[in-house]
Design a protein around this ligand. Structure first.
Ligand SMILES: Cc1ncc(COP(=O)(O)O)c(C=O)c1O
Length: 452
């Protein structure tokens, strides 16, 4: 059981979350430490004092069943004792030592054992840093410059990948390349010239991209399970075909598993589909939210990284003990028997929970498609509950206003969902929710829907 310390709740009894947000805006840009902290469904961010298993604890003492789970990082739940012990071990050793310890090798060996594409591993600290390194690695390895990515897939916030993550509705264009939309000010057009965008689950478009740009394509990068658009799952035949085409062209196939990693099993999305990329990126759940990212891949490609190859990669915090020891502890939990499978596994919980949500929405006459795989899911308000969604354009017309009303109603009932304004976003639960937590959540969500 977590304890919420006095220092974790400095404002208790003195300021409301809304007051705090107004005060914060004087010194923090937009009142937050990252733009995604804003929850546009609320008039202020949740002001947390701590987390305890499946719950977030606000500074006013209210507890919320958490379906945000630290942007998908806390797969074991908040303040997990094994992860806490790992951090304490790192503290006992010293915060930043500089040299290698035995633990980086130990974690690398564990990942090589678990992740199908992993023959060698390099550590980074965030998903964005990992995708940035992987793009450079692919470019250095192939001597080519262009990158193919998919509409609606998100790979972090840097110049190489921040395109077409949430573009507007467009007329259907099967088999076509899409003009990249640049998702941030400050990115020069010249960077976008190096990016080819195609719709997800559209093999003809990938074939066309290779017909037009194949000799220049250093890498194809994808979320094998497109959780950043809720939960858009690939067709396995399509992924196998992309694997074949990239291999034939000598293009590096990168699975960005920062969000899909460890959702369907310890072999991640690649094990789920039975399609092995050249390089995979892990983050978030790999260390249950302690900052760590992993670049893992085939030896022949990974050796392009310095000091063996020409692609520079290092950092003060690469392989930081907090993340490395926390990942070792997390992997022990994830590889325990029945973590995923069996009647008490996270996959069985997921199926029951999504069925429960479907029934609640049906009972209250709320149009919402629930689509999930493992413990992460999308809620597509305004869409036909019985019609699967497969590509970003299927969901672009979702009812974002109804989503926000739902999130506010759930908040009042003690259930926290995060939203990202017009972006559909993604939700998830942790192992700590268990069947009791998920049943309680369904009851609370049912009550929230009654008032919508
Ligand atoms: C698939 C994917 N890649 C990369 C990132 C960036 O990770 P980070 O926020 O750790 O930089 C994210 C973050 O949400 C992600 O979902």
């Amino acid at each position: 059981m977590a304890t919420v310390t006095e220092t974790a709740a400095p404002e208790r009894g003195t300021r409301t979350a809304a007051d705090h947000f107004r005060a914060a805006a004087r010194v923090l840009v937009g009142g937050v430490s990252g733009s995604a902290r804003v929850n546009p469904a609320l008039d202020h961010p949740l002001l947390a004092a701590g987390g305890d298993g499946a719950r977030l604890i606000a500074t006013d003492g209210r507890r919320y069943l958490d379906f945000h789970t630290g942007y998908g990082a806390t797969i074991l739940g908040h303040n997990h004792p094994a992860v806490r012990a790992a951090i304490e071990q790192a503290l006992d050793m010293g915060v930043v030592l500089g040299p290698e310890t035995v633990y980086q090798q130990r974690l690398a060996a564990r990942l090589v054992e678990l992740i199908p594409c992993a023959e060698q591993v390099r550590f980074a600290n965030s998903g964005s840093e990992a995708t940035m390194a992987a793009v450079r690695l692919a470019r250095a390895h192939t001597g080519r410059a262009k990158l193919l990515k998919f509409e609606g897939h998100f790979h972090g916030l840097h110049e190489h990948v921040l395109y077409s993550t949430h573009p507007p509705a467009r007329p259907p264009a099967p088999g076509q390349l899409l003009p990249p939309t640049i998702d941030s000010g400050g990115i020069p057009e010249a960077f976008a010239d190096l990016v080819v965008v195609v719709p997800w689950n559209d093999l003809a478009a990938v074939e066309r991209a290779f017909a037009e740009h194949g000799d220049d394509l250093a890498a194809v990068i994808m979320e094998p399970i497109n959780y950043n658009a809720g939960c858009l799952v690939a067709d396995s035949d399509y992924l196998r075909a992309v694997r074949r085409i990239t291999a034939a062209h000598g293009t590096v196939l990168i699975f960005d598993e920062v969000l899909s990693g460890f959702r369907t099993g310890v072999s991640c999305g690649q094990g789920y589909y039975g399609v092995t990329p050249d390089v995979a990126l892990l983050g978030k759940a790999v260390a249950n939210g302690v900052p760590l990212a992993v670049i893992a891949g085939r030896r022949a490609i990974m050796e392009t990284l310095s000091p063996l190859g020409s692609a520079a990669h290092s950092g003060t915090y690469s392989g930081h003990l907090f993340g490395v020891l926390a990942a070792l502890a997390t992997l022990d939990e994830l590889t325990a028997p029945d973590f995923y499978d069996g009647p008490t596994g996270i996959v069985a919980h997921a199926d029951r929970f999504y069925g429960g949500l479907y029934d609640i929405f049906a009972r209250h006459g709320i149009p919402c498609r629930v689509q999930g795989l493992g413990p992460r899911f999308g809620l597509y308000f305004g869409l036909d509950p019985d019609r699967p969604v497969n590509v970003y354009q299927d969901i672009v017309g979702h009812d974002s206003a109804l989503l926000k009303r739902f999130v506010r109603a759930c908040f009042a009932e003690g259930v926290y969902f995060h939203t990202y304004d017009v972006v559909v976003g993604h939700h998830g639960f942790s192992a700590a929710h268990g069947s009791a937590g998920l049943d309680e959540a369904l009851e609370r969500i049912d009550a929230a829907c009654g008032g919508l």
